[in-house]
Write a protein that binds this ligand. Structure first.
Ligand code: HEM
Length: 440
């Protein structure tokens, strides 16, 4: 079995993580401008319409997740066993392929070049460097990790994430083949299935890295060898293959697929939350304080896992589920999980890799303030979206005759809360991100 936690001597991890953080800042900026259009509809639309801002925001968020997840997996992998020179060279190519194509995608949106599908709205030509880049990632990963035998759970998770992402990304592009793109139900089913699996695949990279980091902080391999962690892995794997059931509610598919899909997604979240919780309880004072910033982000992610689980349970009640599509409840769910869970976990990795090594036990007041501002703002942000969503779904089903403008006026106060809490969320995040750029 591999012996982890060597010191990081990998020059490229900084490039991946810092590039990831720049995409996060881009997501925050475009999200804020898009939110401004909620409160002042049409403002600045000649320069940047909502149709441009939304993909700029969502793609930047996805690039933040992918860039940082790739960089973290590579960093942690070479902490276990240093890479040979050939891998270093290939990692550089991998980095530039992603960096150049992601930046070009954002620039192409600014010029109004689209052509893709929801969440991946860029021109399909960009899929070529993405697929090649991920192929190189796969080679880099597999050449430095040749077996799954007796490996801790994070190696299983990383392997699955790296392999499945490539597979499902290609699958999500199958609509380009005319025989598939022309058939609506088949096309939509493949699209949502691949999206669900792609999120499942990047979650494997992120959950695997979380468990690695938890072991590193605790100084033992208790959780990465535990039955509970392997349970999480197998549920995640099942979920990755079948969780699409809850994305295709409107399509005529058997209802048991929805029920199974919901059940599995929720159990997965519950186990992740439970593992972090038990790990927190088991840490000694010293170990915790040596990695206090990464620890705080893992703590926050844990709380957000349970909050999102609560919302997911409410959303899975069939009567409610029917009402909430096309409302802000869905946005609350997507942003609640990508910010509360994914971003918090990714920031814990970024602080582990780029953050200053704690010399003293005390946590700085600046960090504490930024962390609290971020999490309190996120709570208000999340609640305002849920309330706006509930009011809209009520309107959709109970007042179909009253005007859309009237409904929007009822939602306006919640949009203001959304915008203002979004603004302070951006402020909090910036205070957390900037110090990471100062590290050498
Ligand atoms: C880490 C930070 C963030 C991440 C990862 C993130 C992620 C996302 C995702 C995945 C969506 C798509 C939602 C869906 O259609 O289901 C979205 C939409 C959106 N986000 Fe964010 N977001 C972040 C921060 C923000 C901030 C700070 C604001 C505003 C201040 C914001 C405003 C918006 C708006 C306005 C939409 C469009 C909703 C719509 O289509 O009506 N986001 N975000």
């Amino acid at each position: 079995m591999m012996e982890p936690y060597h010191n990081n001597s990998f020059p490229n991890s900084k490039s991946f993580l810092k590039a990831g953080l720049v995409f996060l800042m881009s997501a925050l900026f475009f999200g804020l401008v898009a939110a401004l259009q909620y409160v002042l509809p049409g403002i600045g639309k000649e320069v940047f319409s909502f149709e441009k801002l939304r993909p700029l925001h969502v793609s930047s968020a996805v690039f933040w997740i992918l860039m940082t997840a790739m960089g973290t997996v590579l960093t942690f992998l070479q902490e276990i066993k240093p890479f040979p020179n050939t891998t270093h060279r290939l990692v550089k190519i991998q980095f530039y392929l992603f960096e150049i194509s992601f930046v070009s995608i954002l620039v192409s949106y600014c010029f109004g070049v689209f052509g893709g599908r929801e969440y991946w709205e860029f021109h399909p030509i960009f899929s070529i460097p993405i697929v090649i880049g991920w192929g190189i990632f796969l080679v880099n990963f597999l050449t430095n990790n040749k077996t799954l035998k007796n490996q801790p759970v994070y190696v299983w998770m990383w392997t699955t994430g790296v392999v499945f992402f490539l597979f499902t990304y290609i699958e999500s592009n199958l609509w380009l083949i005319p025989g598939i793109g022309n058939r609506l139900i088949q096309d939509m089913t493949i699209q949502w299935k691949s999206y669900g699996s792609m999120v499942g695949a990047w979650n494997m990279l992120i959950y695997g890295s979380s468990i690695y980091l938890m072991d590193k902080i605790a100084g033992n391999q208790k959780y990465s060898q535990s039955n509970m962690a392997f349970g999480l892995y197998f549920l995640g794997l099942f979920n990755l293959m079948f969780n699409w059931g809850h994305h295709i509610y409107t399509l005529p598919t058997a209802s048991y697929t929805h029920i199974i899909a919901y059940g599995v997604s929720m159990t997965e979240l519950f186990i992740l939350g439970r593992i972090i919780y038990l790990w927190r309880k088991s840490l000694t004072f010293d170990r915790k304080h040596k990695h206090i910033q990464a620890y705080w982000f893992l703590y926050a992610a844990d709380i957000w896992v349970f909050i999102n689980l609560g919302l997911a349970i409410a959303m899975s009640i069939p009567a409610l589920n029917l009402y909430m599509h096309g409302t802000h409840i869905i946005v609350a769910h997507t942003m609640g999980t990508t910010i509360g869970i994914n971003t918090m976990l990714l920031l814990s990795f970024a602080y582990d890799v780029l953050g200053k090594k704690q010399a003293e036990i005390k946590i700085s007041t600046n960090f504490k303030t930024a962390f609290l501002v971020t999490n309190i703002s996120l709570s208000l942000f999340f609640i305002s979206l849920i309330i706006a969503g509930v009011l809209k779904s009520y309107w959709q089903f109970n007042n179909p005759d009253s005007s859309y403008t009237l409904m929007l006026n009822t939602l306006r106060p919640y949009f203001y809360v959304f915008f203002v809490s979004g603004l302070s969320l951006v402020f909090g995040f910036m205070l957390l991100i900037i110090p990471l750029f100062k590290s050498k």
